[in-house]
Design a protein around this ligand. Structure first.
Ligand code: ADP
Ligand code: MG
Length: 704
């Protein structure tokens, strides 16, 4: 069959990957580059010209005309500026050029990227710097073929203006400290420990024609109005349901695009809500995983357009049905293949694992506020701490087996056995018996141990996974450091490590919770345990600049105090801007589309009453009359709510920027938006569908 998909041939076709480099670079250059990529050695700038030429030739052979430094500013999406390879014409002819200097450094005129005060406009220089540890790739789209070079983005003074730079710094920190832990246990051969990450991505698909009829979706990525359809997700018939043809053909195209770009897209299925789906890649080194997740998000959107659909990455596109998140699966892998989070079959004997586990538990307990902050974005406020999972309280799920080991350790000072999973018997002779996992799955924990990795489930679907991983790497580096500082000096290592694990677990056990994280009892219990319950993004941001945070991040060279302050500024600003756009979109839709439609409806009702009465005085028009009264009352409700929203928005917009302004948006504008939504949604249930000015929830989520 000629049209059989040859995945292995397609995979990585558009990536300047190891095989291409080995093939096209002189051996000595290749070796030097590999030293940086694999061992973290400093990049030798003298090889840049050679690499640039090879990259250019490879790209041009594949049709590329332009290159771009691809970076991740604090807007949360990627940015790029395209330059063509052409040189200045001489004799009317151009040649295609790309120098080492152009590969290594770019200077986008980037004064309009958020910097949170790090760069005043008069010193607006910002540099993009080649990150050779994430391979360059070719993007094919309507613009043509573009060579994309992953880069960091820094200010003139070297301050990070992006999400990648701190991530790379945090990788250095956790590498150094994790190696100290491995050395304690006699591992002298491992040279590098790097976080491995797999990010499961949820998204919604809606029909593009209908999408274009909703200003809220266009401007804000979510519906700001919308009554629930008669059927929601209660039947649970969508989750893992058969994938329909239109969606299947979309997923097929997405996979092909991703495979060409070397993104190991692996799993796809329908999610809980109607029209909701998930894509998960195979895990990779964290830097790649972060870049690839950005590519996944871009690809999901781009391909949707080709299939007459729109992809919604917002955390909560529809009220009343599940929102979307991103599960950040995280573990630590040494270059000799050891996964530091692998407990083995008998975790109670695996002292290195227990030490690593104790350190992670401690890190998460001490820095729960930072982890919570790293997962906050404007859209995620509708999930975390609202009526949805996961809860805003950070806790750790370990599962029965590990919790039992920890209980043994804490009560007797020694763990003597590990519970085993046993055998799964179905009672059907023709089905094989299976070995069971020692631990059942838990779906409600924000931070769950799942076999040989932790799964951080709070991250928002539209957010970059860079910040959560930067925080995770750094807090774990700190806990490792504190352990290594003590244990390296111990006279009797065995005694000392047992003692350390026991003490650490006892001190931080409160963060472990194996029950139902969605229950009200847990909220009360967590409060009793003194765990923070941070309900919103605005409440979360201060965690970035506490003394504790500054000390942590400065100690490991991940952020300076100024960088943290600038980041918190940018976040407040992003919040205020996003809510301002939502409020103005609501105002616009309500006053220009919804009110006129409702007035039309009341006029029809009044006309009907008049007409019926005109023909027959005795006729019963009570239904029309009641509807008219109800509709008119709700219309007044809209008018009042609209006035309040306008007042609140003007007040917020006039406030001085930063925290104060964000607080006004959060505490006054958001409630005013909710107050406007209520009568509108009620009216949508009453008003003639023909008159309603936009597609309903039912149209959007059941008719893709
Ligand atoms: P689920 O959460 O649905 O049970 P899986 O176990 O299939 O999912 O894994 C989810 C994600 O976790 C995938 O992206 C997978 O590659 C990733 N993953 C698996 N093992 C590890 C690991 N050791 N470290 C990091 N990520 C991992
Ligand atoms: Mg998962």
């Amino acid at each position: 069959m000629s049209d059989v998909l040859n995945v292995s041939e397609m995979f990585g076709k558009n990536v300047f990957n190891d095989a291409v480099m080995r093939d096209r670079l002189p051996k000595s250059v290749y070796k030097k580059l590999k030293k940086t990529i694999e061992d973290g050695a400093e990049l030798d700038p003298s090889i840049a010209d050679v690499v640039a030429h090879a990259m250019k030739d490879w790209a041009i052979e594949r049709g590329a005309t332009h290159y771009t430094h691809w970076f991740q500013p604090l807007t949360g999406v990627t940015a790029e500026k395209h330059d063509s390879f052409i040189s200045a014409p001489s004799d009317g002819k151009v040649i295609m050029e790309f120098s080492g200097k152009e590969l290594i450094k770019g200077e986008p005129d980037a004064s309009s990227f958020p910097s949170g005060g790090l760069r005043a406009t008069f010193e607006a220089r910002g540099y993009t710097v080649w990150d050779c540890t994430s391979p360059a790739f070719l993007r094919e789209d309507a613009i043509g073929v573009t060579l994309c070079i992953p880069t960091s983005f820094c200010s003139y003074k070297g301050e990070a203006l992006d999400k990648k730079t701190p991530l790379l710094r945090s990788m250095q920190a956790v590498n150094e400290q994790a190696l100290r832990i491995l050395r304690l246990f006699g591992n002298t051969t491992a040279k590098r420990v790097a976080p491995s990450v797999g990010a499961e991505q949820e998204y919604f698909l809606v029909d593009r024609e209908k999408y274009l009829q909703r200003k809220d979706l266009i401007y804000t990525g979510r519906t700001l109005f919308g009554a629930m359809p008669p059927k929601g997700q209660e039947l649970e018939d969508h989750y893992f349901g058969a994938i329909r043809e239109r969606i299947g053909s979309y997923m097929n195209d997405v996979n092909k695009e991703l495979w060409k770009l070397g993104v190991p897209a692996k799993t796809q299925h329908n999610e809980v809500a109607p029209a909701q789906h998930e894509l998960a890649p195979i895990y990779e080194g964290v830097n790649q995983a972060v870049d690839h997740n950005q590519i996944v998000m871009e690809t999901l959107k781009k391909v949707a357009g080709r299939h007459g659909m729109a992809c919604l990455l917002h955390e909560k596109p529809f009220a009343g049905v599940n929102g979307s998140g991103k599960h950040d699966n995280w573990s630590l892998t040494a270059d000799d293949g050891t996964n530091l989070l692998n407990p083995g079959d008998t975790p109670h004997e695996n002292i290195q694992f227990l030490l690593v586990l104790a350190c992670i538990i401690k890190a998460v307990d001490i820095h729960a506020d930072l982890l919570r902050e790293s997962a906050s974005d404007v859209g995620n406020d509708h999930r975390l701490g609202a009526n949805e999972a996961p809860p805003a309280i950070i806790s750790i799920f370990l599962g029965e087996q590990l919790e039992d080991v920890i209980d043994q350790l804490c009560s007797t000072g020694e763990a003597t056995h590990s519970k085993q999973g046993g055998t799964l018997k179905t009672g059907v002779d023709i089905l094989p018996d299976l070995d069971k996992d020692a631990t059942d799955r838990n779906r409600t924990s924000p931070f769950a141990f799942t076999g040989n990795k932790f799964e951080f489930r709070m991250v928002g679907s539209s957010d970059s996974i860079a910040s959560p991983n930067t925080v995770l790497n750094t807090i774990v580096a700190e806990a490792f450091k504190e352990a290594a500082d003590i244990l390296e000096k111990a006279d009797d290592f065995d005694m000392a490590v047992h003692d350390f694990i026991k003490k650490t677990l006892a001190a931080h056990k409160r963060i472990i919770f194996n029950g139902n994280g969605y229950s009200d009892e847990w909220v009360a219990e967590a409060e009793r345990r003194g765990l923070p319950n941070i309900r919103s993004m605005v409440d979360a941001i201060p965690a970035l600049t506490t003394d504790k945070a500054v000390k942590l991040f400065e100690a490991f060279g991940v952020f300076t105090k100024a960088e943290l302050e600038s980041r918190s500024e940018v976040e407040y600003e992003n919040y205020s801007k996003a809510i301002n756009i939502e409020a103005r979109t609501m105002y616009d839709m309500a006053s220009k589309s919804i009110i006129p439609a409702v007035i039309k409806y009341t006029t029809q009702l009044a006309a009907s009453i008049g007409a019926v009465k005109g023909v027959c005085q005795e006729a019963d028009v009570s239904t029309q009359t009641e509807l008219l009264i109800e509709t008119s009352e709700l219309l007044t409700g809209i008018k009042t709510a609209l006035a309040h929203l306008l007042e609140a928005t003007e007040k917020a917009a006039a406030a001085e920027g930063g925290k104060g302004q964000a607080v006004i948006y959060h505490s006054q504008v958001v409630p005013a938006m909710e107050a406007l939504r209520a009568p509108v949604d009620q009216l949508e249930m009453i008003v003639d569908k023909e008159l309603w000015p936009m597609p309903s929830y039912g149209d959007l989520i059941f008719e893709v």
